[in-house]
Design a protein around this ligand. Structure first.
Ligand code: ADP
Ligand code: MG
Length: 674
């Protein structure tokens, strides 16, 4: 068990509100909120703290806090947990213009919790090497207790359903499989455009509607061989709630009756659920999650299997003190709520990843070798197409089931009426022949007998139960008391009519007709006529229902066509992918052939090189021998030239000597001449 984490954030004061004091939340006036670490106290500027204990929370942010800081302190840890398989929810609660949307969406300069969480999810997924992930997102709005899909204009008034495999879910909600933060941002933008579409007073709407951005993250171990291994499925809800201020504050007392249509039942019930959960175990009793769409959708986040952070936003101005006090009280109660989060692992085919795995894996394996850049996009598109067909099929099945139920009810009703007419024709007994009330009971139509247990009567009895939706003492800040009383003390029509299908409404009115217009003293003939008339109208309704059924069947056929065209597209894409693979295969074969040829050339060259190396070595050997010979020759030459120069010397000296002798001879000869 772990407590819900609760933070309070004061936005900067409106520039019109003057002179924020140091340590105060700002906002001017005699009184102001003083922030001291995690405590918030209301102080009289002149006289010090106003009577009453300070509020203490897990975190308190003053006007200087950035979205980055708020996200880092309150939400970042949730993202790691979600990627690990825990459910997580973060929501902003507070009066209109206290900064909920600023906290969730942020600005370009300081993005809010949603964009930061989206980026963190994909970063964390990328860093988790040992698992593969499938992320899908949806974006919805709850306005006037109706759920509208913000990713498609067709998804209006979606019902909440529940089954064992999927738990509580919004039937027909568009879910888009995504693999990057940018894709999510595009979808969020589309959601905002859809929200604005056809809405004249956007401010009024956004202060009265809740938006729920949801990411479902499925993951499985990457090298998972056994298909029986569990898949982790976790849900991250990021919620921007409607404004929690008192309605009559806006000066619309004159239109209080109309406000019943606009009043935020979900927000009342959220306060109620938090109230109940914050009570200690024994007093707690029934938690009325089912009383509103918001609490039903957020059920795991409120005392269930999820990690939850609440950011309560507050306006610092003196004129908003009562609303801020209300917000802080809500935050204090929320602080007492414990959740019990655990990793969600499932073995069944409820995990989309599991359902798609085989086909996608096959395709991915085929495509992997080809390194084409667009392949991830092909896989993503296929995933989305497959998922959309599944959603479409579910929606159709649901509509058909509803139609079938309605038809069966009408048929049953018709048979009953016919039986009654036949019975009356046969007996022709007048009611006043009976004095005993039990005898009269036996004669009453099944409808009039069922009235005490009928739909409306049953709900009204439920609403009268003291354990059910008790009046919380401090809820005056989030709704006017009349409405609260109205919703909780037996005003049955509002609660019941809100969820009735047109068919059921009609049935309920038939039931009521049967009680009010069937006094026992009514003559049999008149009664017969009336019943016949009922019969005719039922038949008419049956026919209408048949027409509707036929229309639905036509729509089903259309969708079946669409489905088959999607399948065609799927097989086209597969064919394209196969062509791509074949092309890549040919390229690969070419490359392999070129490789083989090159290898052959390489081996020839290698042989040549070896031969040349051997020759070179041989030549080098020969060269060595030649060099040796040359050295020897040089040596010989040196010896010869030495001998030569010796001889030359000898010759020169001989010559010199001979020359001298000759000179001498010549001289002596001349001397001897006469
Ligand atoms: P809410 O969604 O609660 O109705 P908004 O988020 O729309 O309120 O805030 C009302 C105005 O106050 C917006 O103009 C918004 O930019 C501004 N604002 C709210 N909180 C802050 C903040 N912490 N810092 C700066 N401006 C803020
Ligand atoms: Mg807002």
């Amino acid at each position: 068990m772990e407590k819900i984490s609760v933070a309070v954030r004061f936005r900067p004061p409106n520039p019109a509100a003057a002179d924020p004091s140091p340590g105060g939340a700002g906002g001017g006036g005699d009184r102001e909120w003083r922030i001291d670490d995690t405590r918030v106290t209301l102080v009289h500027r002149a006289a010090g703290p106003a009577p009453g204990a300070p509020f203490v929370f897990d975190h308190v942010f003053d006007r200087t806090a950035t979205n980055e800081r708020v996200y880092g302190t309150v939400v970042r840890d949730l993202i790691g947990a979600v990627v690990d398989g825990f459910n997580a929810t973060a929501f902003a609660y507070g009066q209109t213009s206290s900064g909920k949307t600023f906290t969730m969406n942020g600005s370009d300069a300081d993005p809010g919790i949603i964009p930061r969480a989206v980026r963190d999810v994909f970063d964390t997924v990328r860093q988790t090497d040992d698992r593969e992930f499938l992320v899908r997102v949806s974006y919805m709005e709850i306005y006037n207790e109706e759920i509208n899909d913000l990713l498609t204009l067709e998804g209006r008034r979606l019902p909440i359903k529940e089954n064992l495999e999927r738990g509580v879910y919004v039937a027909g909600l568009r879910e888009e499989i995504v693999n990057s933060a940018e894709q999510v941002f595009e979808l969020l933008q589309l959601g905002e455009v859809n929200r604005h579409f056809g809405e004249t007073n956007m401010n009024a709407r956004s202060s009265r509607s809740h938006t729920i951005f949801r990411m479902v993250i499925e993951s499985s171990a990457k090298n998972q061989i056994d298909s029986e291994d569990p898949i982790r499925v976790s849900v991250l809800n990021l919620v921007d709630l409607a404004g929690s201020e008192r309605n009559n504050k806006t000066g619309t007392e004159g239109v209080r009756l109309n406000e019943a249509g606009h009043i935020n039942k979900s927000l009342l019930m959220l306060g109620n659920v938090i109230n109940k959960l914050s009570e200690s175990g024994k007093q707690r009793g029934h938690i009325p999650y089912r009383d509103s769409k918001l609490t039903r959708i957020l059920q795991p986040a409120l005392g269930g299997n999820a990690k939850t952070s609440i950011i309560c936003t507050a306006a610092p101005e003196e004129m908003h003190i009562e609303e801020t006090r209300g917000t802080l009280k809500f935050a204090s109660r929320a602080k007492c709520v414990s959740n019990c989060a655990q990793v969600n692992e499932i073995l069944t085919d409820a995990a989309l990843l599991k359902r798609q795995k085989r086909e996608i894996e096959e395709l991915r394996k085929k495509l992997q070798g080809s390194h084409s850049e667009g392949l991830e996009q092909v896989v993503l598109k296929l995933r989305n197409d497959m998922h959309k067909s599944e959603l479409e099929r579910d929606r159709l099945a649901m509509e058909l089931e509803e139609e079938r139920k309605l038809r069966m009810t009408l048929e049953h009703h018709l048979t009953e009426q016919q039986k009654r007419i036949e019975g009356l024709d046969n007996t022709s007994i007048s009611a006043d022949q009976f004095t005993d009330s039990t005898q009269l009971d036996a004669l009453k139509t099944p409808d009039s007998k069922y009235i005490p247990d009928g739909f409306v009567a049953h709900r009204s009895r439920y609403s009268n139960d003291v354990e059910f939706s008790p009046l919380p003492e401090n809820l005056d800040n989030i709704a006017n008391d009349d409405l609260w009383t109205c919703l909780n003390k037996g005003c049955v029509t509002d609660l019941d009519m809100l969820e009735m299908t047109p068919g059921l409404k009609r049935e309920a009115s038939l039931l009521q007709d049967a009680t009010s217009a069937a006094p026992l003293e009514e003559p049999t003939d008149a009664r017969c006529q009336r019943l016949e008339k009922d019969c005719v109208s039922d038949r008419q309704q049956l026919e209408e229902s048949n027409v509707r059924c036929a229309a639905l069947e036509k729509e089903r056929d259309l969708l079946r066509d669409k489905n088959s065209s999607l399948q065609q597209e799927l097989s086209d894409s597969k064919r394209e992918a196969n062509l791509l693979i074949a092309e890549k295969q040919t390229q690969l074969d070419d490359s392999i052939a070129r490789c083989v040829a090159l290898e052959r050339e390489l081996s020839v060259s290698r042989q040549d090189a070896e031969r040349l190396a051997a020759e070179k070595q041989e030549l080098a050997g020969e060269l060595g021998v030649e060099r040796q010979k040359m050295e020897e020759l040089k040596q010989d030459i040196r010896v010869i030239s030495r001998a030569f120069s010796q001889r030359e010397g000898q010759l020169t000296s001989l010559y010199t000597k001979s020359k001298a002798i000759l000179e001498n001879c010549k001289a002596s000869h001349v001397a001897t001449l006469p």
